[in-house]
Design a protein around this ligand. Structure first.
Ligand SMILES: Cc1cc2nc3c(=O)[nH]c(=O)nc-3n(C[C@H](O)[C@H](O)[C@H](O)COP(=O)(O)OP(=O)(O)OC[C@H]3O[C@@H](n4cnc5c(N)ncnc54)[C@H](O)[C@@H]3O)c2cc1C
Ligand SMILES: Cc1cc2nc3c(=O)[nH]c(=O)nc-3n(C[C@H](O)[C@H](O)[C@H](O)COP(=O)(O)O)c2cc1C
Length: 739
């Protein structure tokens, strides 16, 4: 096979070595525009796992790397005069120059032809090669030339950073956070050989401009950073090597192959330096491409397999890198956290490291976090730390999310609801919410929805509340709502949000905009309608109190009536209830006030909101902070932060804990407790969210449908078993086995 590799960086060189290893008869040429010993950057980072994968494919390269690297286990975080230390992380740093020399030498031994100072602008001379690998880095000429095929996108991030070196011998991966008159400066520093460390300085664009670094030369940058970090550098110098301030480009490609050309490394993708090195990803690409070529004799099939396997892996890594880089873009937001929580938030930022991983790596560190969180010693895991809101005391931080059952008759809950809610309360959650329960018959989503508008409803709910209180340690909350323009629709499994086949009732909303084009057109609410809905909510709250509910939640989310006022996408009113956010919040706040007045002072009220419409013209996370501030000023105790479902054409970005960043932002910026919901599935996630201060309570919906005993099972795994109800006490001596 004739292989031409454009670019002699880590991706191109390792791939060449591996192909020659696979078959010495392959004719492999690497074309590199620099000289053999030209390089930029300082140290590259490998995790222990990344080094193991290199050992698997080429022992000599692995051994040469391990002879030259500097290994560390610890991470030190310097913040507000404190140093947080965590161990067990297992990383190595290596000079990029040394790495390239190792790879070049090994490529030479294996018979790879290496041509230096060969700047490839045109692929025509290599068209007869069986395979062309475009490993020509982030500014890839080949990717640009065939942009129509590769479909690259480049997202330039707002922060500024500069790669510097230093002679300071860091003993750990070190983060500094230092404030001066211009803003907050972040440093990511790690040692890569006996005498040298990488020292990356990062800050916001605004601090960078205020510091006058816009046109700074390398020497001016060094002078500025040496002065700012004089204490930390303790007399050591900073070193330059093409050390210009940059913005980070997140590069993604729609396709990684075009004919016999493949992309690998930075030409195909980048991932922010705060999550690990691009070098590791580039070398993993080389290994994946080699594997695909070994498994598929035909180049076209191999490139297809390479893209199919490797692209999703890299995209998943890029998603984690995105969260990580955003943490560094938003560090100012976390600056008010106590140092111990700031450090935990930093370590768990990408969701790849959880409370549980850290517990295994560094139990002493996690024990100190747990003690700080629970304010007691010994401390339970954060999940089992009690929580208090007004007079409500929850035994733990797990909440069963409201979930419509579409199983009621004219609003009356029945045995299904008793068993559904009762079993989840027995399952150990601290708080169980009823499904969305409507304040009027016409405010129901469907004919199967529960209500709180007839005396029979109060009696039926009281039976459920009494069961939960008598037979479990859980508290129970009532979610109150009016479905607005999403009312008069079918049971979920017969067509979500679809109008009823017959028997539709008239519906109201902020504005006369139907949900789907074929949905019923709601009537724009008049003031008289508003008075009625407000009074219905207050009456339902009073009925809820008679039933003994412990907390109320008002539904201001998901496109239902009050949400339809908040989002401009469904509120085009010209009166005092439309226009600005303040106006759009006017009616929802009237409802809130009426409910607050009707509900006992000792009991809390939560409000569920959609923190974003997932539509550019709709509301976004910054508006959600404003909404939360307004609610807080009216006496709301906690915000249940959901997202979307406000218009049918929204484009949500799903993923693990995908709504948690909104809860975190509201909690910190509006200074109000939050509940987070959405794709939270493991107890490790819950402990991480709580300890990092991303929310005060974790709300799980489908996880509880799957497993009503979720909290009890988490308790057992965490070594913090909950007492079983007496009839189940034989379980104290039972060892569960499932497979
Ligand atoms: C300024 C800077 C400093 C960095 N420092 C570090 C660091 O300290 N640690 C770290 O882990 N990562 C660092 N990175 C990121 C890291 O270099 C990359 O993620 C990693 O090297 C990717 O490997 P690669 O083989 O895909 O590309 P590269 O290492 O970029 O290699 C691409 C090669 O292609 C060559 N090339 C480009 N165009 C042509 C052409 N038309 N013809 C011939 N040859 C061509 C280039 O000269 C280069 O040698 C740095 C990046 C930048 C921009
Ligand atoms: C069957 C079902 C019914 C739901 N009903 C409601 C509801 O009545 N009120 C509400 O606010 N959210 C409702 N939701 C949304 C959930 O409360 C929750 O926000 C969502 O499922 C995301 O959480 P999860 O990823 O843990 O499932 C429902 C979800 C499901 C799966």
């Amino acid at each position: 096979m004739r292989i031409v590799v454009v670019g002699g960086g880590p991706a191109g060189l390792l791939f060449s070595i591996l192909m020659k290893r696979a078959d010495a008869s392959h004719d492999v040429t690497v074309l590199e525009r620099n000289k053999a010993d030209d390089t930029f950057g300082f140290g590259v980072v490998f995790s222990d796992a990344a080094l193991d994968s290199i050992a698997d494919v080429d022992k000599p390269v692995h051994d040469a790397i391990t002879k030259s690297f500097f290994h560390w286990d610890d991470i030190h975080i310097h913040f507000k005069g404190d140093v947080l230390k965590s161990t067990g992380h297992g990383f190595s740093g290596l000079s990029r120059q040394v790495l390239l020399n190792i790879l070049q030498r090994r490529a030479g031994e294996m018979g790879v032809r290496q041509v230096f100072q060969a700047d490839v602008g045109d692929l025509a001379p290599y068209r007869d090669a069986d395979l062309i690998l475009a490993a020509d880095g982030a500014n890839s000429t080949i990717r640009a030339k065939y942009a129509d095929a590769f479909k690259p996108t480049i997202d330039w991030r707002p922060n500024r950073f500069v790669w510097l070196g230093t002679t300071f011998p860091f003993t750990a991966f070190t983060f500094y956070f230092k404030e001066n008159e211009h803003g907050l400066w972040r440093v990511h520093a790690y040692r890569y050989d006996r005498e040298h460390s990488t020292f990356i300085v990062e800050t916001t664009e605004s601090a960078w401009r205020k510091a006058g670094l816009e046109n700074a030369s390398e020497d001016a940058t060094i002078a500025f950073c040496e002065k700012l970090f004089a204490k930390e550098l303790a007399g050591h110098r900073l070193l330059k090597n093409r050390s210009l301030w940059r913005s980070f480009p997140i590069i993604r490609c729609g396709a990684w192959r075009h004919g016999n050309i493949a992309l690998a490394g930075d030409s195909a993708h980048t991932a922010h330096f705060s999550i690990g090195s691009g070098t590791k990803l580039a070398m993993e690409d080389a290994i994946a491409l080699r594997d695909a070529l070994l498994e598929n004799r035909d180049v076209s099939a191999a490139l297809e397999a390479y893209e199919k396997v490797r692209k999703p892996q890299v995209e998943s890594y890029q998603r984690a890198a995105q969260v990580s880089l955003q943490w560094f873009e938003d560090t100012e937001r976390y600056a008010g956290l106590e140092p111990i929580q700031f450090g935990f938030s930093l370590l768990t930022r990408s969701l790849r490291v959880s409370h549980e991983n850290l517990r295994k790596r560094d139990p002493a560190y996690v024990a100190s976090i747990d003690r700080w969180f629970a304010k007691k010693d010994p401390a339970p895991p954060p999940l089992f730390t009690p929580y208090k809101l007004r007079g409500l005391e929850l035994e733990n931080r797990v909440v069963v999310s409201p979930m419509c059952q579409y199983s009621a008759e004219d609003g009356t809950p029945d045995d299904w609801h008793l068993v559904h809610l009762g079993s989840r309360a027995m399952g150990g959650a601290g708080l169980v919410f009823t499904e969305m329960t409507d304040v009027s018959r016409e405010g129901r989503i469907s004919p199967g929805c529960t209500g709180m508008y007839k005396p029979e409803h109060a009696a039926a709910w009281r039976r459920i509340v009494d069961f939960v209180h008598a037979r479990s340690r859980a508290k129970i909350g009532l979610q109150l709502a009016h479905a607005g323009r999403k009312a008069s629709t079918r049971l979920a499994w017969e067509g979500m949000d679809e109008p009823l086949a017959d028997g539709n009732w008239p519906i109201v909303s902020a504005s006369p905009i139907p949900w789907f084009p074929h949905s019923q057109v709601p009537r724009e609410m008049t003031r008289a309608d508003m008075d009625k809905v407000r009074d219905d909510f207050a009456r339902a709250a009073r009925m809820g109190e008679e039933c003994g509910f412990d907390i109320l939640e008002l539904h201001f989310a998901h496109g239902y009536l009050l949400s339809s006022f908040i989002t401009p996408l469904s509120n085009t009113r010209k009166d005092a209830y439309g226009g600005s956010l303040e106006n759009r919040m006017r009616f929802p706040l009237e409802v809130f006030d009426a409910v607050r007045a009707a509900w006992p002072d000792a009991k809390p009220i939560s409000v569920r909101i959609s923190a974003t419409d997932w539509v550019p013209e709709g509301i976004g996370p910054a508006d959600a902070v404003e909404v939360a501030r307004m609610l807080k000023s009216h006496g709301c105790d906690i915000i249940d932060v959901s997202a979307g479902q406000t218009v049918p054409h929204s484009k949500p970005v799903y993923g693990r804990q995908f709504q948690t960043p909104f809860a975190e932002r509201i909690r910190i910026e509006a200074g109000i407790p939050t509940m987070t919901v959405g794709n939270i599935s493991s107890y490790a996630d819950v402990n991480s969210i709580l300890a990092a201060g991303r929310a005060d309570l974790c709300v799980l919906a489908r996880a509880h449908l799957w497993n009503p005993y979720w909290t009890r099972h988490a308790a057992r795994e965490l070594g913090h078993p909950l007492p079983w109800p007496d009839p189940y006490s034989s379980l104290d001596r039972y060892t569960p086995r499932f497979t």
